[in-house]
Design a protein around this ligand. Structure first.
Ligand code: AMP
Length: 545
């Protein structure tokens, strides 16, 4: 896109009303009923070219209103015409089942006054039902790449009539090794299709794909959330365990202290771990100590994942311990805190993770624990967000001080006693005290490296804190589905954090070297009635395109 055009669109953004966007009246009515007052920047930028039939490259992350930026024009454009059996007229590819389910919900919301058929093809649901839906003919097919190709290979799906293809969260597709699948799917759809392509970042591999498959796209970029969302208070605690083999348990203790230190301000939180194994351990440990916590990652049964997510959204679960993938689909408007138990090994994940809080103009807090071996990752994160993350003091202080009231709770899991945390953070807790760790029982699992994490028995002297199980609140929304993919999925969780060559499958695609897997979960948050300030900002210029 030309610079001049960009500035025109930028100007337009602030004044744009939905009614200026040439959407169909029925879509406008649905928008009105959804209570949206004005389009977000990605919507104002993407909808007009999409309605003109142009390819769109949207650089935006979840929470910016990007789903509506493609669903609204699609509904408008698909209002005319009918689908033939097994030949969907449009295709939306999402990296995870949860995200796909949410996109489907968006279609339901915005297409409620229009007659459009849709089908959701995700793992964990029987092929039969999905076959039946496709057989009838669908206007919109929303799918995870693996499941879509499964259907295709079974001869149940013909993609020759796809007029609009959306790739959502392409960077996440890359992380999950889906790029070969995506390339293959591109190849199965008509050359003349319109492509709407969204990614939070433009990794070289993503750039390559867009150069190959998009035709003179309109490029719209919305500012990165992490760099602009000022309502998220960030902090990192640099922590060194007293002994390597105690790192796990001491880290968990620090986590509890950090939670307690927030007191009632922490109404609910998502706690991110890099490895799903740690997701389980941390959730178990927190539970043991009386915190209302549950894990979510792709190895868990889908019905359990759904139940856990629903509980978190509804506010009956206060702490959600999650892997990146599992939490990506989340649309919980009010998450007060995000804890990064580990520094993410891919810096962009930090942006995604902390973006779970501070939604819809609310305040949010993002706290991270960094052990020495994660320092490089921390530097990467800071480089990405372009600022130094303020250092926190260890709320355990020297770990001796708080002792008194602290010791007891440790033993029998501090149900709901309010810990007296002192905010005396002293930067390090190397001297993590010893204690009979109530955690012991939890540590049945070792580290990814295979080292047993025997922290248990020497769990530090359960310091002072042990704040209450403050009441939680959250909202619900969204839905999950799928199941068997969870295996393939979270396998990636692991793979991803270990090897960096995610998205590896270069061009070997065509043959079908699918990195398959829909992974479990990711999703986004709502803007509510207000558009957060950060969303109003951006539209960075890009000379290229
Ligand atoms: P998304 O980035 O697509 O995941 O959207 C995030 C949230 O923003 C969703 O919960 C939408 O309901 C909400 N949303 C989308 N567009 C608007 C808008 N124009 N005004 C207010 N909220 C919106």
């Amino acid at each position: 896109m030309q610079r001049a055009e960009i500035s025109v669109r930028q100007n337009r953004t602030h004044m744009t009303k939905f009614s200026d966007l040439k959407l169909s009246p029925k879509v406008l009515k649905a928008i009105d009923e959804a209570g949206y007052e004005s389009p977000t920047p990605i919507q104002a930028g993407a909808i007009p070219p999409a309605l003109e039939g142009r390819d769109v490259l949207g650089i935006a992350q979840t929470g910016t209103g990007k789903t509506a930026s493609f669903t609204l024009p699609m509904i408008t454009m698909l209002a005319r015409g009918r689908a033939r059996a097994r030949m969907p007229r449009s295709l939306v590819l999402c990296p995870t089942r949860e995200l796909a389910a949410q996109v489907a919900e968006n279609f339901d919301t915005y297409a409620k006054n229009v007659k459009l058929t849709k089908a959701l093809l995700i793992g964990g649901v029987s092929f039969k039902e999905q076959d039946m839906a496709i057989d009838k003919g669908v206007d919109v097919l929303i799918a995870t790449p693996g499941r879509l190709l499964d259907h295709f290979e079974r001869g149940k799906l013909i993609l020759n009539d796809v007029k609009i293809m959306v790739v959502d969260e392409a960077d996440r597709m890359l992380d999950m090794g889906f790029i070969p699948d995506i390339e293959r799917i591109f190849g199965l759809t008509p050359f003349t299709r319109q492509t709407l392509f969204f990614s939070a970042t433009m990794a070289p591999e993503i750039e390559r794909i867009t150069n190959t498959f998009l035709s003179n796209p309109e490029r719209i970029e919305v500012a990165r959330q992490a760099t602009t969302n000022k309502n998220i208070t960030q902090g990192v605690l640099e922590f060194k365990a007293s002994r390597k083999d105690r790192e796990g348990s001491e880290k968990r203790k620090v986590l509890r202290a950090l939670i307690d230190a927030e007191g009632d301000k922490c109404t609910n939180a998502i706690i991110f771990c890099n490895r799903k194994m740690d997701v389980d351990i941390v959730a178990k440990s927190l539970k043991k100590y009386g915190y209302d916590a549950a894990p979510i990652h792709g190895d868990l049964d889908q019905s359990q994942r759904t139940k856990t997510l629903d509980g978190f959204r509804e506010g009956t679960l206060r702490f959600l311990v999650a892997s990146d993938v599992a939490a990506r689909g989340l649309d919980v408007p009010s998450v007060s805190h995000v804890y990064n138990f580990d520094v993410p090994s891919h810096a962009e994940d930090y942006v995604h993770r902390i973006g779970r809080t501070g939604r819809a103009g609310r305040d949010g807090t993002a706290i991270m624990i960094c052990v020495p071996r994660d320092e490089k990752n921390l530097a990467d994160v800071e480089r990405l967000v372009q600022h130094e993350i303020p250092r926190l003091e260890n709320p355990l202080g020297s770990a001796k001080a708080p002792a008194k009231e602290a010791e007891k709770p440790a033993e029998d899991a501090p149900k709901s006693e309010k810990p007296k945390r002192s905010r005396s953070r002293s930067r390090k807790s190397d001297d993590a005290p010893k204690a009979k760790a109530p955690e012991a029982a939890n540590q049945n699992v070792a580290d990814d490296a295979g080292k047993a994490d025997k922290q248990s028995s020497d769990a530090p002297a359960q310091a002072k804190q042990e704040k209450s199980d403050a009441e939680r609140h959250t909202k619900r929304d969204g839905a999950q589905d799928g199941k068997k993919d969870s295996k393939r999925n979270d396998t990636r969780d692991n793979n991803r954090s270990r090897n960096d060559n995610r998205g590896g499958g270069r061009n070997d695609n065509r043959g079908g070297g699918r990195g398959n897997n829909d992974r479990g979960g990711n999703r986004v948050v709502g803007l509510g009635d207000h558009t957060p300030e950060f969303i109003e900002l951006s539209f960075a210029e890009r000379p290229d395109s």
